[in-house]
Design a protein around this ligand. Structure first.
Ligand SMILES: Cc1cc2nc3c(=O)[nH]c(=O)nc-3n(C[C@H](O)[C@H](O)[C@H](O)COP(=O)(O)O)c2cc1C
Length: 359
């Protein structure tokens, strides 16, 4: 077959994508890297090549440590976002849950199935980039995978950068995960729209099966309700709920035609339970039907939550060609360990009931 000259560029068509972690100015910082490779087996040494202007280099040079984190396809948005913005102007320390190993200054990412911490051995400068050689001091893997010591690639589900196409792909179904330097925009959200300290992620459309909760009920007008009081009461009685799922708490808004006529709705704060055995005194149980939801994540303080609802109702809903709000559908607020009441980094998922528009 005849060959044609097509220019001077990096021809490696597919490389695994990693997140390099470094401690910079007292905070963990992560950047997306495709220039990565193994250079020695024993001792294990690898190389990553970084542009000399990157913020992460400050921390790597200072501490002489860094981490390599192999993200899964589920985290493709966050992964791309770490390559879209620099730690110089954006705090990337809260995107993932970080943990530290023996080196203490190489932040690693809990959400990544395989991570490792490295000691900086040597560097080699080129025109634009600097190659960093790191000796791997320890590899960390999810317990489940590490037990057999045989990593199932499909379970790790790493992200590959397909350089010719500028796309992320995964091995599992070899399907396209998203466009490089683009899909991360979804993490950046609509910050401008909602003000400097509030943003909204999503939505993703999910179908949630019927489930049951036990909790505290409040029937009132939205204006007269104090959700904080309902939560305080719930927290007081919650330990009495048998077999409750404590991984998250739910705030649920239920509308009925009768209540709407008098300007009220029901607000139920509770925990999910597999089966209702005993309902503690003063509490109620509620069955939430199977429903389709658009799930948004509100990132910001509770004081700014209304901005997110306004965005969903006034801007997101009106121009959706496919879906509309389900009349008398149940709205769910999902509070888990990401929720920190007054923090601008607090996250809370809003499940907005939707149905396919009738054509
Ligand atoms: C898919 C992808 C691959 C990247 N690969 C590299 C790379 O190999 N080396 C590099 O220096 N930057 C790479 N980048 C760019 C950096 O991740 C990006 O400039 C980042 O914002 C730098 O972060 P920092 O300034 O906080 O260190 C890549 C970005 C993306 C999206």
């Amino acid at each position: 077959m005849n060959k044609r000259k097509i220019g001077r560029f990096q021809p490696l068509p597919v490389v695994p994508i990693v997140l390099v972690g470094a401690m910079v100015n007292g905070k963990p910082n992560f950047l997306t890297v495709g220039c990565v490779g193994a250079v020695n087996m024993k001792p294990p040494i690898l190389m990553v090549s970084l542009n000399k202007s990157h913020y992460s280099l400050i921390g790597i040079k200072k501490n002489r440590t860094f981490s390599i984190n192999i993200p899964s396809a589920e985290n493709v948005i966050e992964t791309d976002y770490c390559g879209l913005v620099s730690g110089k102007s954006h705090d990337k320390s809260k995107i993932f849950t970080t943990f530290y190993g023996d080196l203490e200054t190489a932040p690693m990412i809990e959400e990544c199935p395989i991570t490792c911490e490295c000691k900086l051995l040597d560097t080699k400068e080129f025109a634009q980039d600097i190659a960093l050689f790191g000796e791997i001091s320890q590899v960390y893997a999810n317990e489940e995978e590490s037990r057999t010591k045989k990593f199932d690639l499909l379970k790790v589900n790493p992200i590959f950068l397909s350089g010719f196409e500028n796309l992320y792909r995964n091995t599992a179904e070899s399907h396209i995960l998203g466009r490089c330097y683009k899909i991360g925009e979804q993490y950046r959200c609509t910050q401008k729209l909602l003000g400097p300290k509030t943003c909204i992620r999503g939505p993703t459309v999910v179908e949630k099966d019927e489930f049951q909760i036990i909790g505290i009920e409040d029937i009132d007008t939205v204006e007269d309700r104090n959700p904080g009081e309902v939560w305080a009461k719930f927290q007081q009685f919650a330990p009495l709920i048998p077999n409750r799922d404590q991984s998250h708490g739910l705030g649920i808004y239920i509308e009925t035609e009768e209540l709407m006529k008098v300007g009220k709705n029901r607000y139920v704060v509770g925990n999910e339970i597999a089966t209702v055995e005993k309902i503690p005194k003063g509490m109620i149980s509620e069955t939430i039907p199977k429903q389709k939801y658009a799930v948004f994540t509100h990132v910001g303080t509770m004081a700014n939550l209304q901005q997110t609802y306004d965005y969903i109702n006034e801007q997101w809903h009106p121009d959706k060609p496919l879906y509309e709000k389900t009349p008398f559908g149940v709205i769910i607020e999902w509070y888990d360990q990401r929720f920190r009441r007054d923090s601008e980094y607090s996250e809370l998922d809003l499940y907005i009931p939707i149905q396919k528009k009738k054509t």
